[in-house]
Design a protein around this ligand. Sequence first.
Ligand SMILES: CCCCCCC/C=C/C(=O)SCCNC(=O)CCNC(=O)[C@H](O)C(C)(C)COP(=O)(O)OP(=O)(O)OC[C@H]1O[C@@H](n2cnc3c(N)ncnc32)[C@H](O)[C@@H]1OP(=O)(O)O
Ligand SMILES: Cc1cc2nc3c(=O)[nH]c(=O)nc-3n(C[C@H](O)[C@H](O)[C@H](O)COP(=O)(O)OP(=O)(O)OC[C@H]3O[C@@H](n4cnc5c(N)ncnc54)[C@H](O)[C@@H]3O)c2cc1C
Length: 633
Amino acid sequence: MKCYPVPRENLVLSIDNLKDDIPEEYLSHKECYENVIRKGSVLYDIFSELSKDRKHKAHQAPSNAYRISDGIMQNVNPFLLHFALFVPAITNQATPEQQAEFLKHGFGIIGTYAQTELGHGTFLRGLETTATLDLETDEFVLNSPTLTSYKWWPGGLGHTANHCVVMAQLYVKGKCHGPHLFFVQIRDIETHEPLPGLKLGEIGAKMGFNTADNGFLGFHNFRIPRNNMLMKNSQVLKDGTYVESKNEKLTYGSMVFVRVYLLSDMAYMLARAATISVRYSAVRHQSHIKPDEPEVQILDFVIQQHKLFISIATSHAFKICGLWLWQTYSKVMEDIGKGSMDRLPELHALSCCLKTTSTRDAGWLIEQCRLACGGHGYLMSSNLPSLYTTATAAITYEGESTVLLLQTARYLIKSWKRAMEGESLPATVSFLSEYFNKRYNKWENTPKGIVDGLKLVVAGVTKMCAESIQKHVSRGQQYEEAWNSSSVQLIKASEAYSRALLCEVFWFEVDKVSSTLSNNLAVVLKQLAELYITYWALEKRGDLLVYTTISKDDLDKLQERYEELLALIRPNAVGLVDSFDIRDEILCSTLGAYDGRVYERMMEHALKSPLNAETVNQSFHKYMKPVILKHKI
Ligand SMILES: CCCCCCC/C=C/C(=O)SCCNC(=O)CCNC(=O)[C@H](O)C(C)(C)COP(=O)(O)OP(=O)(O)OC[C@H]1O[C@@H](n2cnc3c(N)ncnc32)[C@H](O)[C@@H]1OP(=O)(O)O
Ligand SMILES: Cc1cc2nc3c(=O)[nH]c(=O)nc-3n(C[C@H](O)[C@H](O)[C@H](O)COP(=O)(O)OP(=O)(O)OC[C@H]3O[C@@H](n4cnc5c(N)ncnc54)[C@H](O)[C@@H]3O)c2cc1C
């Protein structure tokens, strides 16, 4: 058995058969998949050895696995769901005994998380897959009663995974107890053939994520042991007794886990896009600023700085807020372990709006980085198109953005009502009480003043939503109808809340640690945090004018300060993206390589195109020439 020493990036990235002779974009759909499975299997082997060497839990790859695989896969790793959802779902939702049983094979099984169906992704209570208890045989019988009940989308489900965690409606003695999770083997370990009673396949080409092997799965009277229901939170006993969970939403816990994680993931996606576009902007010379001087680095155009520096700042914002949210998640999980669910709604609300804002921002900012690189940003070899299609998928998966923002709005409205009744609120929404009691300050043109102003916007819009709902109810609508009628404003309230949170956490976390940093580092980090906050104050100037005492003069001063910050950051811009420390092999970009040899790399990559293997393509003689000669005058 091959034994790998503890892998480091340079070891893994130096393994020859992990490199591609032909760039992925020139492979067929099938070849692409087979190529990532080839590379993913080498990684899987390395990390399974590592798990033995370093007493890693049998099923968890080291945290840097994901980063390294980014460089090797370029597209998405089909084993991703095993680590991102399958294992976390088991460790989060199964009893300790079940965990030991289901994970006893460590890396010997490959799993995915099969929840979404052809007919339902958002409305989980509407899922159609059924798991019906057979008392006589002590089994559950899984069925896909309709085409729309087929599992559809789970990553790795088409041809990679041999197990999955399935979300299905639990039926016991004729009664439906709602969605529950089940551990299901779907392929033979030796032959990898689908087990009898299953229909499996992949769902076809997508705008990105094309190596994720998203698949479909249909059940026909498929039997699993009763013990395969994940029973940490609710149980089905041998006699058919159903023991319900303390909170039925605990079943959705795996989604909260990934939503929390996605902030850090988006920080990393943005760090890559910013590295590529800033380095390229330092290499690319185009046009003049002063007519009598040579062409300038495009990074010297202030508008280019405006396009790009927000991505550097946002990557840090998401990284810092991601750590803050992770600490909140860990604390709430600890509380739940002790039996207290009090903070679960708050965690759900925070994870919903921050996941949405971070994935949406990553999408449009990566696109902005691509556009800032002109035509060369449109080349696959820049890696910006792939970063974009990969990042934007996250706006939909793990909870579609609109739907999650409405969940946060639900929490804001409930918090507003509690504020009106004089109840004390968690720190993350206590500003609603201050607003309600009219304890807020006159506008200050400082980072703290801006954060306070953004919170006032949240309070003002939330109040407006509550009044809108009340207005519709008073006109005879049911509450749910009134909610729907007010949903445009409700989305606005959640978006404002998410932005205020990001600005507040980013600024105060940087401020908190700045005294522990070298002066230069503290200065630069504060400049980035102030740039982020000032950028969003200017973007949201309309709301600030409506809900705070900000003046036109204050806004003019903020604009001036923003442009000062761009100038202050300009000398450190390349150093800041270099400090993301993303190796060329992981950046995978002809535009963003550390050595700045952009044009040579672009040409080297172009010559790898299969079309350049011959000077005249056969299609000329087969198709073009007859037509040209026929119509030659
Ligand atoms: C690096 C990672 C790479 C990952 C690769 C890609 C992997 C992708 C995987 C997936 O996409 S997995 C599938 C993801 N799917 C979803 O996220 C589904 C989204 N839908 C939902 O979450 C829910 O259905 C809903 C939208 C919340 C609505 O559910 P429901 O209709 O049952 O709720 P409501 O009637 O609106 O009541 C809400 C009520 O429930 C509480 N709640 C809802 N969800 C949670 C939760 N996850 N945790 C805790 N609490 C939850 C909510 O707070 C409300 O409580 P109350 O206000 O009633 O007290
Ligand atoms: C790349 C990718 C990977 C994925 N991986 C997985 C996976 O591994 N496992 C898995 O189980 N799933 C996975 N999914 C599925 C994903 O979770 C769903 O696509 C997502 O939950 C949205 O559900 P849906 O696609 O059915 O859209 P729907 O729920 O049908 O929503 C469609 C649109 O309707 C509107 N809408 C829906 N509900 C509401 C509402 N209550 N209020 C207002 N508007 C509403 C929204 O505009 C929404 O965009 C993946 C999806 C993608 C794109």
